[in-house]
Design a protein around this ligand. Structure first.
Ligand SMILES: [Zn+2]
Ligand SMILES: [Zn+2]
Length: 358
């Protein structure tokens, strides 16, 4: 009774039972968004109540949750520590992401971590069919990693652009994922001098079906690596794919899904001069192509130096002569690059040059 009276006086801030449960693989920001919606709470007071407004905010928390915050969240939501930690990127530290710096306050270490970390901090990629699930639009944590190029459940490539404005979709800082595209459009600007957000619902995007089952099988193996249960072969696959992402060219994916060949025809994102934050692993189809090419190569049981030779030959065939300049910190901390048997022969052949601009 007292609670009801309180509710009328000031808006409720603490989640009430039953609390919406995280779905398997969900990201922390997605679950927080679902929680706010289910409980009809504003996001800011909810974050304050869960102590998620501290040290790096919600995006910092999605990286790693501190023990006091976990205890607080356990108490208020009933979701246990293990499931809370599973919603943070820390679960990938040591395989798909570099080991996290010991202290989040160590600026240099955090900066280095970001340089070596292949993750989409704010750029969205998603499977619209997954978002259409019964639990409402729920976003998976592994979509934050470039290694998610396809959805195995729905047999489609992940979507990386809004299909109404044809641009990438950025997450807002410290907020749950949007439901509609918020890209500013210039439509009508000339007549009314008014722009407006695109507004296209992200669940309405049409994903491209994967026409080659082996691409889905490869995504399953990558997922095993992400979930921490890879075989030696899975590890080799990822190590080779990691170096192939900037180097893959059309001849290397001759037999695969034609879409992959098309995707690597343009050296988009691999030009060193026009990087502007765009990295070769931003392109999900390029990553898929690299994984496919890596698998084809490993099936031939070549040695690491034979692999380098093969890559050099096929790149020549495609008139690709510019070496990939790899950042030293990427070499040291990048995913599966420590130690990566394929790097040295590629450096030796001049296909990768090592630079350092920390
Ligand atoms: Zn899906
Ligand atoms: Zn849009």
């Amino acid at each position: 009774m007292k609670k009801t009276a309180q509710k009328q006086r000031q808006p409720r801030r603490t989640p009430a039972e039953p609390v919406v449960q995280p779905i398997p693989g969900e990201s922390l920001t997605s679950w927080i968004g679902a929680l706010a919606q289910q409980q009809d709470l504003d996001i800011k007071p909810l974050l304050r109540e869960l102590h998620l407004d501290r040290l790096g905010g919600l995006s910092g928390a999605e990286m790693r949750l501190s023990d006091p915050v976990v205890r607080r969240m356990e108490k208020l939501t009933g979701v246990d520590a293990e499931r809370l930690h599973a919603m943070t990127l820390a679960r990938y530290a040591g395989n798909a992401l570099p080991h996290l710096p010991l202290f989040s306050s160590d600026g240099v270490a955090v900066q280095q971590w970001h340089k070596g970390a292949w993750s989409h901090h704010s750029q969205a990629r998603w499977c619209p069919k997954c978002l259409r699930g019964n639990d409402g639009p729920r976003w998976l944590l592994r979509w934050k990693l470039p290694w998610s190029f396809a959805c195995v459940d729905h047999g489609v490539y992940v979507v990386t652009e809004c299909q109404a404005c044809c641009d990438t979709v950025q997450f807002r800082q410290d907020a749950p994922p949007e439901r509609t595209c918020e890209n500013w459009t210039v439509e009508g600007e000339w007549i009314y001098s008014l722009g407006e957000p695109c507004g296209f619902p992200l669940v309405m995007c049409q994903p491209v079906p994967v026409s080659d089952d082996s691409v889905l099988a490869l995504q399953t193996r990558i997922n095993a690596w992400l979930d921490g249960s890879p075989t030696h072969e899975d590890r080799q696959l990822v190590a080779l794919a990691a170096v192939l992402i900037p180097l893959v060219s059309p001849s290397m994916v001759r037999r695969g899904d034609p879409l992959l060949r098309y995707a690597v025809r343009s050296p988009r994102g691999t030009s060193q001069r026009q990087r502007k934050g765009r990295r070769p692993w931003n392109d999900s189809l390029r990553v898929a192509a690299a994984v496919y090419a890596a698998d084809q190569l490993l099936r031939r049981r070549y040695s690491a130096s034979e692999v380098a030779e093969w890559i050099a030959d096929l790149r020549l065939l495609d008139h690709r002569r510019t070496p990939w300049r790899m950042d030293m910190s990427e070499l040291a901390y990048g995913p599966s690059l420590r130690p990566n048997p394929f790097v040295e022969p590629l450096v030796h052949r001049g296909l990768i040059t090592l630079g350092g601009w920390l």
